[in-house]
Design a protein around this ligand. Sequence first.
Ligand code: UD1
Length: 427
Amino acid sequence: MREYLEIEGGFPLSGEIRISGAKNAVLPALAATVLAPGRYRFLNWPRLLDLYTMLELLSRLGARVETRGEILEVDTTSLEGVEAPYELVRRMRASILVLGPLTARFGRARVALPGGCPIGKRPVDFHTRGLKLLGAEITLDHGYILARAPRGLTGTEIVFDFPSVTATENLLMAGVLARGETIIQNAAREPEVVFLGEMLQAMGGRIEGLGTDQIRIQGVPELHPPEEPLRIIPDRIETGTYLMLPGLVGGEIVLRGTEPRFLKTPILRLREAGLEIESEGDTLYARPGKGLKPLKIATAPYPGFPTDLQAQIIALLTQARGVSFVTETLFEDRFHHVSELWRMGADIEQDKRTAIVKGPVRLQGTEVEAHDLRASASLVLAALAAEGVSRIYGLEHLDRGYERIEEKLASIGARIVRKRYETAEPF
Ligand code: UD1
């Protein structure tokens, strides 16, 4: 049985949405529970497919997982497995996040090599090269990365060619248990990396330079679970997605429980496009302003414009008066939403890594298929703006990263329902 979303578009949406905990923060935080035996407690954890995949992986390694009210508890006291099977890695590439902690704690890990992915090749060479520099022996074993460090890891200097998010996280987790000092140069500065670093500090890790491009770690012989429950930081991508709604459909929205300082660039760019956005504490207020203007945007690592909002802003810019240019610099093939947006009437040309969006067009509801997580969010936005009914297939992508999206959107007035269909063929 598969599902699709049916959306009747063309209505303004007004009201409040509560932002969930960040997918990209909870995944590395869960992987970090491998580093020391004991009980870990999390608050504000999002109910997402990716989170359940990570919990399944930890369970297979021997952890016990329990939810008690708002608390997610992971007990790694008897965790002793070292293998991440292909079956889970192919569902979620972020499973690679257990490679560093398993190698650091047990001196051994066997993690399926992630294959290609709908948005590009996405190699993991920074992860494996970094572990090699820390003294691990890395081999390819029948489609699996086999890491061995029987005498433990030794601190060293690692320089990334590019500030990869999950590679920084993997090596941060490996470095905390390595002997001596590890320095990560050209490190990722994403808030989710800082969050992981702070969790490791609460576990006894000695880390400096979080949020900068040079992270220094003094290895310690062992760690312990944090004493207090950890509150997962708000999802800045979910926030950015909903923040675009007033520009697309009109109405005034209030986003609560978020962290506006994680979204400085998206907020600046959306204001430049004409949206009126105010922030106060953990709340953002957005309304349409006087007409939508085109933008010229290139995605970049944090604090630049996030690649994870590229698909959504293209949907928004179909409604701007004039020509917008959106360049994707991180992933070579992250434009699958463009051909689906065409089907809804969008006027978008693709020139290599740049989408040239001409607007405004009147989008028309139709059936579309989502091919990756953020592309599916862009189709939801477009469908909310479109005239008539749309059906969005491929929800297994959307559900990886957006918690209760139809409930949240329905609560601000969207006509949106999740439906099931029996056949494997969507149409
Ligand atoms: C993370 C996020 C994802 C986001 C991306 C970029 C998680 C779980 N996922 O993915 O939502 O879209 O950051 O902000 O946090 N690269 C290599 N070799 C490597 C690793 C990366 O060449 O070993 C390249 C990638 O192909 C890509 C670039 O580096 O071109 C950035 O990717 P990276 O930051 O690693 O993305 P992820 O950590 O996989």
